[in-house]
Design a protein around this ligand. Sequence first.
Ligand code: TEU
Ligand code: CA
Length: 533
Amino acid sequence: MMYQIYPRSFQDSNGDGIGDLRGIINRIDHLSTLGIDLLWLGPIYESPNDDNGYDISDYRRIHPEFGTMEDFEELLSRLHQKGIRLIMDLVVNHTSDEHQWFRDARRSKDSPYRDYYYWTHQPNNYVSYFGGSAWEQTSETGASYLHLFSKKQPDLNWENPKVRFEVYDIMKFWLDKGIDGFRMDVISLISKRLPFKQSSSTEMKFLIEEHYANGPRIHEYIQEMNEEVLRHYDIMTVGEGPGITKSHAVDYVGYERNELSMIFHLDLMFMDFGARGKFDYQAFPISGVKKCWMEWDEAMKDLGWNNIFLDNHDFPRMLSRFGNDRHYHFQAATLLATLLLTFRGTPCIYQGSEMGMTNVQFDSLDDYDDIELQNFRREHVGPGKMPEDEFLKIAHIQARDNARTPVQWSSQENAGFTKGKPWIKVNPNYKEVNLDKCQNIFEFYRDLIQFRKKHPDLVYADLHNLDTEHDTIFYYSRGKYSILLNMSDEVVETYALGLERASVLISNYNIDTVIGPNRSIRPWEALIFEKTD
Ligand code: TEU
Ligand code: CA
């Protein structure tokens, strides 16, 4: 299974308040004890950090904040010694505007790098993920360039074969160092619908699905990438797929497609986004999780493979968003662990989940770092617009910073993350929520990961949904194992299991060892049992 590190917030080693590679090296035993097979390391390349590393200005240099190339090579070899593979973040839908390609391209229409990007004198009505127009005018030539994300993240023009082969060279540079693959940032967006036309709606979900994602040459590009690079290495790839719907998914991961090993879709993550995006928050019922996941498993079945996750550095922490981080902290944390580690697909655990980390509730909007939030604030919050205290409440629910506060290792100062001033405030609950105090959650993850390794049905067997009706009960089988989860604060009385007896193999209440045909299911109870009838 996979574990994601957001390097800025994982572990600082030199007291500058920023997580770094040496800090990860110092925590390798933690990762090894947890039992992870594969580490997804977020961007560590040169970047002005407009979008915290997802705006890359030099793809072949390690950002000095994170350390040196030697540190990276030491990390890679130590992970390999522990049998842990490493994949890196490939961010090639866009570069930073400080990348030398763009610095040259913007100067003049005659720049050899001009058509590495998209330029126009008639911007259409595309909207950026981070607010405002997706076009930015430049003073040098008066033309505007496309940026689906921040102004400092100009989109690369994949129509240009020079761009594609520059990317393939970058990939080979890292693969030849021995990395084990890539997580591909917004890979579903790299093929644009040309010529750019007006959209009939500027609602984000519509723009993503109808204009930005799954463009006409997307599979040609990924198959060429596979032909030129991927198939020559023993690696795995996982594509981040905004806008990839169930009907498109198999085109990216079908076994005979020669494209990607797996994708992760964002259907569940975007479930509570309103017309104006995530800060136009529309609460959704927990039954939405079950519906979304079961439909995706049905769609993929034996045609392709999914990456299973419930949070990452872009979304609120799963324990707060889908669990109950106040009254059932341990049970909800371990139930979500059970869902991640028994559902069909490769699970990805986000840093801090193994010690029950939760969302943060900063007192001031100034405590939030994320460009996505601060851009929305500048555009929509203040006198005559949304009141600050109303937006602060939404930030508590939806801000990406919820997942970016420093990992809480102990109840020492700054939760053991740094001896300096952290780049973003530590969650004030670190005295109660940290690895030392929540060893029971860590041990549940460790034991369940071991259990999963010893029981291949939990990795390879089909998934059969055993309860299609109940809103909050997940009840499914994977080969000879049944998994029963109650994603609610309510006791579900005399739940008809439909079988005579079963021996409980894993439980997060550690009470029953055998269960019978009818039993009440406790709030946030997670059970794995083997059918005995
Ligand atoms: O995220 C792109 C994406 O589809 C969303 O997660 C988006 O970032 C936003 O949170 C939805 O409101 C990837 C990276 O994971 C993200 O950190 C970057 O900001 C983005 O691409 C641009 O590189
Ligand atoms: Ca540091």
